[in-house]
Ligand binder design. Structure first.
Ligand code: C2E
Ligand code: MG
Ligand code: MG
Length: 714
């Protein structure tokens, strides 16, 4: 429904206009005022759809009414028609300026009034429709905008939550290197307050070490406008723990594509890294000693070769093998063997510079890569140092163990240009050191190939010697000094090797001990010696055969059963058998060796200690040894007439032995003077070239039967 307001001071006009207005359309409401002030007052609370006002009125004119009307709320667009007299144009201008919509000329033509009023009302209606559509639209717009913002804020919060809970270091910096954001994980990691971090520099947040480094990389990203490829870095957390992170830096751009921030994300890969390292370590280290293994060593040498190729530097390779390690393992057991290997690797590590590498290639074989040597002598110096270090006794679980090592040396590039050649030649040199008496070093020389070939042939020949019946025994008489009679013989092994004549034990026994052949060989020796003794004892019931035992055999075999079997098989009286032990057998394995010895002693077998005096500096331990006889080492006898020290030692051994009720035999007596000395000191028995060298069985029988030695002892 439309509302029309008429303002005119003349009552006639007012009535006419009111009447005309009512007839415009159905349902139109008309309100007529004579006083413009009164009209304005009413209009404050009522919004009309059309205002028709006279211009000339008392109090205020039509223009002023329109001006004030336009100030009222909701009235700015309501059509307002001002009735003016045609002649007075200035009124029209005033009214226009005041905001009038249209004019009617006075006197008003009724038809024109109706047409004009109808049009203006129509316009007003359209205006209202448009306006309401606009407000609606605006509201819709506003609503949707609010929604969008909410969604945005929601998303942002959710995103922030996600970023905060992701177990990764996430932060962003601006062009000035100042922090614009960091997640809770980062804050916690560095022990900083996330809310206060923004605006701070990397150094302030991450510390003076890591901060500048990160900032420098950020600058690179800003300058290049490109992200950095992921890289690994070590970062220390607030508790001082080290972590490995995989870090990515990428640019953040504004709408225009300009880089405004650098985003840094770091994933903690410490565990993966550790697992990787562990696997790598396992693949490259020896589990027993923790030393690098063969694979690792080969790699290191290869790298070293590549490095030296660039300059004219040299490096050396030292191949080290423990002497008679197999014996240690056999005699003392694998546990002690392992302990020894560990102790050896520890000593080796201590001997080296940081740039050198020591590896365990397997078994008792170690290798040292000595980087950057000036000349071969530098490697020799190291080898000598290592040999000295290993000569010191090892104290393992309360037990003293002695070991030595043989070392082969090769120098790159002289002795080989690749790993295999260097190692192979070092192996030859090492073998040479062993062959020449062990506990020594050798530098590789080209003729070693020939020597090595010989050694290989020796081993294969030795393996066949038993089957081919190439072993035989020689017998060396043992004489009682009181009676001058042969009381026994020592059985000494010989090898009739095709093309080499009779080979002495020193040339093949070390090898046999190392490869274990000693066990079947000595088994043969024992039975053969017992057979022979059995034959001789028919005519000489007091005859005694002495057989050497090897430490390896002592440990490996059930020695008790082994000896009893031999006696049973040959029918020899146990009292006719003496077994020669070395000091090391009894010292290294005191309990079990002693109990074996006692067991066999109870059966009637006697025991002697061979080469007595060389092994241990103190002789006082002898009282604990369960033996019957000491054989003074021939080294002391040799100089007994020239070296007062040796003479004193021999005298001491004899006295000590006698005080313990042991028989004393002097070995290696070659001259009458030596014989005179040991006799005068009270020695009981002798063995040596002075009487006879070791001889074949038939020759010995001859000696024995002659007993022609008596005269010489007198
Ligand atoms: P050993 O038990 O001390 O034997 C004595 C060695 O000294 C023998 O050397 C003998 O020929 C030598 N000899 C004896 N009298 C003299 C002398 O007056 N002057 C000099 N210079 N030497 C003398 P051989 O036969 O070469 O044996 C060397 C070592 O080999 C033996 O030392 C023994 O330890 C070992 N051996 C020999 N046969 C066997 C065996 O069947 N089994 C084991 N396990 N070892 C054996
Ligand atoms: Mg002997
Ligand atoms: Mg001896």
């Amino acid at each position: 429904m439309s509302l029309i307001v008429i303002v005119d001071d003349r009552v006639t006009n007012r009535n006419i206009f009111a009447k005309l207005a009512t007839s415009i359309e159905e349902g139109v409401a008309v309100r007529a005022f004579g006083d413009p002030i009164e009209a304005l007052d009413w209009l404050k609370d009522n919004t009309p759809d059309l205002v028709v006002t006279d211009y000339k009125m008392p109090n205020i004119d039509g223009a002023e009414l329109v001006r004030r009307f336009r100030q009222l709320p909701e009235c700015a667009d309501v059509p307002a028609v001002v009735i003016t007299v045609y002649e007075e144009r200035s009124h029209r201008i005033n009214a226009l300026e005041a905001g009038a919509t249209d004019f009617l000329q006075s006197p008003v033509d009724h038809h024109e009034f109706l047409t004009r009023a109808r049009n203006l009302l129509q316009l007003r209606k359209q205006q209202l429709v448009i306006k309401s559509r606009a407000t609606e639209l605006e509201r819709e717009l506003m609503d949707s905008e609010r929604f969008r913002k909410e969604v945005l804020r929601d998303n942002r919060e959710r995103l922030a939550q996600v970023i905060d809970t992701v177990p990764a270091l996430i932060s962003a910096t601006d062009k000035d290197g100042r922090c614009v954001f960091l997640n809770a994980f980062t804050a916690n990691f560095y022990g900083v307050d996330a809310a206060q971090a923004s605006g701070k520099t990397a150094a302030e947040i991450f510390g003076s070490n890591f901060g500048p480094q990160s900032a420098g990389l950020d600058r690179v990203v800003f300058e290049n406008g490109k992200g950095l490829p992921s890289y690994e870095e070590e970062i220390v957390d607030r508790a001082g723990n080290r972590h490995v992170f995989l870090t990515t830096k990428s640019p953040l751009r504004d709408r225009a594509g300009k880089v405004i921030n650098v985003l840094t994300t770091s994933l903690n890969i410490t565990e993966r890294k550790q697992a990787e390292e562990h696997l790598h370590h396992l693949a490259h280290h020896d589990p027993l000693t923790g030393l690098p293994n063969r694979t690792y060593f080969h790699d290191s040498v290869r790298k070293q070769i590549a490095r030296t190729r660039r300059g004219d530097k040299q490096f050396a390779l030292l191949l080290l093998d423990l002497d008679r390690f197999k014996g240690v393992n056999d005699v003392l057991g694998h546990h002690q063997g392992d302990q020894l290997l560990k102790a050896v690797s520890q000593r080796l590590c201590n001997a080296l510079r940081e740039t050198d590498i020591v590896a365990r290639l397997g078994g008792d074989e170690f290798a040292i890569l000595q980087t950057e040597i000036g000349r071969t002598d530098d490697a020799v110096t190291l080898a000598e140092k290592v040999i000295k270090l290993l000569e010191q006794p090892f104290e393992l679980e309360g037990q003293e163990i002695n070991t030595t090592a043989s070392i082969g040396i090769t120098v790159h590039p002289t002795d080989g240009v690749d790993v295999d050649a260097l190692l192979k030649n070092a192996d030859l040199a090492m073998y040479q050191a062993k062959a020449e008496g062990r506990n020594a070093w050798r530098v590789f020389a080209s003729d070693m190939h020939a020597i090595a070939r010989e050694a290989i042939v020796l081993e294969s020949d030795l393996r066949q010697a038993l089957a081919k019946k190439q072993f035989l025994l020689n017998y060396q008489p043992q004489i009682d000094l009181r009676s001058g009679q042969i009381i026994g013989a020592e059985a000494l092994l010989r090898w009739r090797r095709p093309g080499s004549g009779l080979v002495r034990p020193a040339e093949f026994l070390p090898l046999a001990e190392e490869n274990g052949l000693i066990v079947p060989i000595n088994e043969w020796v024992l039975i053969e010696a017992c057979h022979q003794a059995k034959r001789w004892s028919k005519d000489h019931p007091d005859f005694r055969i002495a057989v050497n035992l090897s430490p390896v055999q002592f440990r490996k075999q059930d020695i008790r059963q082994h000896v009893l079997d031999a006696l049973e098989k040959t029918g020899l009286d146990p009292r006719s058998l003496e077994l020669e032990l070395t000091e090391s057998i009894l010292m290294q394995n005191p309990e079990s060796a002693a109990s074996d010895v006692r067991f066999l002693q109870e059966k009637g077998i006697t025991f002697s200690i061979d080469d007595f005096g060389v092994g241990y500096s103190s002789l006082s331990y002898v009282k604990n040894l369960p033996v019957d006889r000491l054989k003074i080492d021939q080294g002391f006898i040799r100089n007994v007439n020239t070296d007062p020290n040796d003479a004193a030692i021999v005298r001491a051994i004899i006295n000590l032995g006698h005080s313990l009720n042991l028989k004393i035999m002097a070995e290696g007596v070659e001259t009458a003077e030596q014989l005179a000395f040991v006799r005068s000191e009270g020695c009981d028995e002798v063995q040596g070239f002075y009487f006879s060298p070791p001889v074949p069985a038939e020759d010995f029988a001859f000696l024995f039967n002659q007993q022609n030695l008596l005269a010489r002892t007198a």
